[in-house]
Design a protein around this ligand. Structure first.
Ligand SMILES: NC(=O)C1=CN([C@@H]2O[C@H](COP(=O)(O)OP(=O)(O)OC[C@H]3O[C@@H](n4cnc5c(N)ncnc54)[C@H](OP(=O)(O)O)[C@@H]3O)[C@@H](O)[C@H]2O)C=CC1
Ligand SMILES: O=C(O)[C@@H]1CCC=N1
Length: 265
């Protein structure tokens, strides 16, 4: 199975690195395209994959095409890709916002939409996978195998993809934002950088692992940390005074709205 990634950006790199490391595909069967030769050099040096700046040529020999350019440039790149597609090619789109029907463009093109996230780079990704109108079960399986090799892959309806984008596609950025804030506070409190990095990272990983392995709800686990009249209560009350929960809910809804807007360019 020959796979071509159109756009050798951050997200394509996370997937390519993961699927090669996990031996899901041979590097020789992967090709990446980009307008930026430096990105292509990077991919060739790091992962040993094929490379070209010619999207149509790369598409013409691929069984699976992964659309990994920004949604805003989809209208510019799609016409030449569509013309070059092999008749039995599967198109996997990781682009936020763009509906499968817009990609199929009135033709029976098999499209699977995938919303991955960058922790795929370290095998801890979380991806939502949705079949477009003409995709068959085997197509969804191909996407699940690719993304399942680099983390968790969950099949959803396409109408849920904008919400998945807001939750797990953009999600790592929210966690990094929280970490940035925690580390800024640690610095202000005089902790040494290396120490606070280690403690903060283990705290985030540990909390996620505890929630997964215990099966408990977040609120219950939070209650177990929060002693009456103690330090956590002081911190959470401060977060509540600042409306942090409402802000997080509003933030995810803004991401979902933006994903819906991207459908229309
Ligand atoms: N980053 C993330 O965490 C996630 C991203 N996505 C989706 O993945 C897609 C890529 O995002 P991301 O990797 O962050 O973006 P990047 O900007 O890092 O990657 C896109 C790449 O495509 C290149 N490119 C631009 N024009 C063309 C062209 N005509 N032909 C081939 N390549 C071209 C860009 O080059 P140049 O920079 O020079 O323009 C860039 O290297 C987006 O659609 C996004 O919605 C989905 C989930 C998570
Ligand atoms: O910010 C974005 O638009 C992309 C989609 C999800 C994560 N990054």
């Amino acid at each position: 199975m020959k796979i071509t990634f159109i756009g050798a950006g951050n997200m394509a790199e996370a997937i390519v690195a993961g699927i090669i490391k996990q031996n899901v595909v041979e590097a020789a069967d992967v090709c990446v395209t980009d307008i930026n030769e430096e990105r292509l050099d990077h991919f060739t040096e790091q992962y040993g994959v094929g490379r070209t700046t010619d999207n149509a040529a790369a598409v013409a020999q691929a069984d699976v095409i992964v659309l990994s350019v920004k949604p805003q440039i989809f209208p510019d790149v799609w016409p030449e890709i569509e013309r070059a597609l092999k008749s039995d090619a599967l198109v996997i789109s990781i682009m936020a916002g763009i509906p499968s029907a817009k990609i199929a463009n009135g033709k029976p093109i098999r499209v699977v939409r995938v919303m991955p996230n960058t922790p795929a780079l370290v095998g801890e990704g979380a991806a939502g996978i949705a079949a477009g109108e003409f995709a068959v079960e085997a197509d969804v399986e191909i996407a699940c195998n690719l993304l399942g090799a680099v983390g968790v892959a969950v099949v959803v309806d396409e109408k849920e993809i904008d919400a998945v984008t807001a939750l797990s596609g953009s999600g790592p950025a929210y966690v990094f934002y929280l970490l940035e804030s925690m580390l800024e506070a640690a610095e202000q409190m005089g902790l040494e950088k290396g120490v606070s990095r280690e403690l903060a990272l283990s705290t985030v990983i540990g909390a996620a692992k505890l929630m997964r392995e215990s099966g408990e709800e977040a609120a219950g686990l939070r209650a177990k940390v929060t002693s009456k009249g103690g330090t956590t209560h002081a911190a959470i009350s401060t977060l509540e005074e600042h409306g942090v929960k409402d802000a997080v809910v509003a933030a995810l809804k803004a991401a979902q709205t933006r994903s819906i807007e991207l459908a229309n360019g």
